[in-house]
Design a binder for this molecule. Structure first.
Ligand code: NAG
Ligand code: NAG
Ligand code: NAG
Ligand code: NAG
Length: 382
C-alpha cells in the first residue's frame, strides 16, 4: 500500500515536471542533465571541491608562495597536474569548482584560461559544476560571458541561471538533484540537493566597499527551490520529519564563518574571514529552509576549517591553485564530501544516512586529513 502510494506520487511529480519542461528544448535538456546524477550501486556519492585554481596562461604563469627551491619549473601546469591526480585518486561522481577558477588580471584570454583550467575535469568524463568567484571576470570576458562560456563546455552541469526565474542577481545560480540508487524506491527522487550560488564580486554600494553578497532575489529563488524539492521528496509527511539534505556551494564565506575558533573547528584558520561587509541574511535563510546541512566556500586560500553553527556546517575548501596566494610549505589541497545512503531491511537503499568530509593534500600520497563524520549523521530513515 505504501509502495503504491509512493509510485503514484512519483508519477504525478514526473508528469508535472515533464509538462513544464516541454515548454522549451533547453528546459528539457536541463531536466535531463539534472536526472543524470544519482547514487552509485554501493549507495555512495562523492563530490570533489576545487577552490581557487587562479589559473592564468599556463606554463608561463609562475607559482606563488612555494618554498624557494620549488619556484623553478612551477607554474599553472602544477595546478593541472594536481587536478588530474586528485580526480584519478578520489574518483568523484561530481567535481565542483567554487570560483576564482581563473585569475583574470593575469589571464591574456579568458576563454583560453577557462578551457585550460577545466580541461582535466572535461577529459575525465565526470560531470562537473562551477560557480564564479570575484576574480573570474577580470580578463577578456564579463561575468555573464565567463558563465556562458562555462555552460557551453563539455560534461558540465553548470547553468547560467534558473530558467524558471525572470530576474535574479548574478550568474550561475542553479541547483542539481542527486537521485537514489537505480532500482530502489528512491530512484526517481532527489535524495541530496545541491545548490550553487553566485556570491558576487565586489560591492557596488559606495558607502560599503568590499566583497559582494548573496542578494535577496537569489535567496527567494533558493527558498522556493528548497520548498519545491521538499514537496517532491515527501510522500508520507507524517513519517518523514525532514526534507532530503542539501549542500550549498559558493565562493565568498558568509559573515557567520567568524563564529568559530580553533577550539571548535577542524582544520586551520591562518588568515581573517574575508566575507562581505554586510550580512545579507543568507545563513538565516538556509536555517529557515531546513534542508541545507553544509555550505562550502573558497576565497580564503589558507583557511581550510569546517565547523557547525545552528545545524549547518560552514566549510572552506582550502586553496587548490599554485598561482593563488598560499603559504610556502603548506600543501595545496582539495575537499571531498562523501554521502552514503541508508540500507533498508530488505537489502535496498533509502535516503541519505551520513555525509562525511575530508581534505586531500597535494603531496606524493595525496594524504587525507581532518576527516569529519558529523556533517550529517544518522539521517532519519524514511
Ligand atoms: C611542479 O611540477 C613540476 C613538474 O612536474 C615538478 O617537478 C615540481 O615538483 C612541481 N612543484 C610543486 C611545488 O609541486
Ligand atoms: C521511476 O520512473 C520510471 C520511469 O518512469 C518507472 O519505470 C519506475 O517504476 C519509477 N520507479 C519508482 C520507484 O517509482
Ligand atoms: C517564488 O514563489 C512564489 C510563489 O509561488 C512566486 O510568486 C515567486 O515568483 C517565486 N520567486 C522566485 C524568485 O522564484
Ligand atoms: C567556539 O568557541 C568560542 C570560544 O572559544 C566561542 O566564543 C564560540 O561561540 C564557539 N562557537 C560555536 C559555534 O560554538
Amino acid at each position: 500500500m505504501a509502495n503504491a502510494h509512493l509510485v503514484m506520487v512519483t508519477v504525478v511529480v514526473l508528469l508535472v515536471s515533464l509538462s513544464s519542461a516541454s515548454a522549451s528544448a533547453s528546459a528539457i535538456s536541463t531536466k535531463q542533465q539534472k536526472q543524470s546524477l544519482r547514487f552509485s550501486e554501493k549507495g555512495e556519492f562523492r563530490i570533489l571541491q576545487v577552490a581557487d585554481m587562479h589559473y592564468a596562461d599556463g606554463k608561463t604563469t609562475p607559482c606563488k608562495d612555494v618554498l624557494p627551491q620549488q619556484f623553478a619549473g612551477c607554474s599553472d601546469l602544477n595546478t593541472t597536474a594536481f587536478l588530474r591526480r586528485i580526480i584519478a585518486a578520489v574518483k568523484p561522481h561530481l567535481i565542483v569548482f567554487t570560483g576564482d577558477n581563473i585569475f583574470g588580471f593575469d589571464a591574456k584570454d579568458a576563454a583560453y584560461s577557462l578551457n585550460a583550467a577545466f580541461s582535466p575535469a572535461v577529459s575525465s568524463n565526470i560531470p562537473w559544476a562551477a560557480v564564479l568567484g570575484n576574480r573570474d571576470q577580470e580578463s577578456t570576458l564579463s561575468r555573464a560571458g565567463v558563465m556562458k562560456h562555462i555552460v557551453g563546455m563539455k560534461h558540465t552541469l553548470s547553468q547560467f541561471n534558473p530558467p524558471e526565474v525572470d530576474n535574479i542577481d548574478g550568474f550561475g545560480n542553479y541547483n542539481l538533484e542527486v537521485r537514489g540508487v537505480e532500482g530502489s524506491a528512491f530512484e526517481n527522487k532527489s535524495v541530496l540537493n545541491l545548490y550553487f550560488l553566485d556570491s558576487g564580486d565586489y560591492s557596488t554600494v559606495p558607502s560599503i566597499p568590499g566583497y559582494g553578497w548573496i542578494k535577496l532575489s537569489q535567496q527567494l529563488w533558493f527558498r522556493n527551490t528548497s520548498k519545491k524539492l521538499e514537496r517532491a521528496y515527501k510522500n508520507k509527511p507524517e513519517a518523514q520529519k525532514a526534507p532530503a539534505p542539501g549542500l550549498a556551494y559558493f565562493h565568498i564565506p558568509l559573515p557567520e564563518f567568524t563564529s568559530f575558533d580553533s577550539s571548535n573547528f577542524t582544520g586551520v584558520k591562518q588568515e581573517g574571514i574575508s566575507s562581505a561587509s554586510v550580512n545579507s541574511g543568507f545563513f538565516t535563510t538556509m536555517v529557515e529552509a531546513g534542508d541545507v546541512k553544509a555550505a562550502f566556500v573558497g576565497h580564503g586560500h589558507i583557511n581550510d576549517f569546517c565547523s557547525e553553527l545552528t545545524g549547518i556546517h560552514l566549510c572552506y575548501g582550502g586553496g587548490f591553485g599554485y598561482h593563488a596566494y598560499g603559504k610556502a610549505g603548506w600543501d595545496r589541497r582539495a575537499r571531498v564530501v562523501a554521502a552514503s545512503l541508508e540500507k533498508t531491511e530488505n537489502g535496498g537503499w533509502g535516503g541519505v544516512k551520513s555525509i562525511k568530509t575530508r581534505k586531500h593534500l597535494d603531496n606524493q600520497l595525496l594524504t587525507a586529513v581532518d576527516a569529519q563524520s558529523d556533517v550529517v549523521s544518522q539521517w532519519p530513515i524514511s
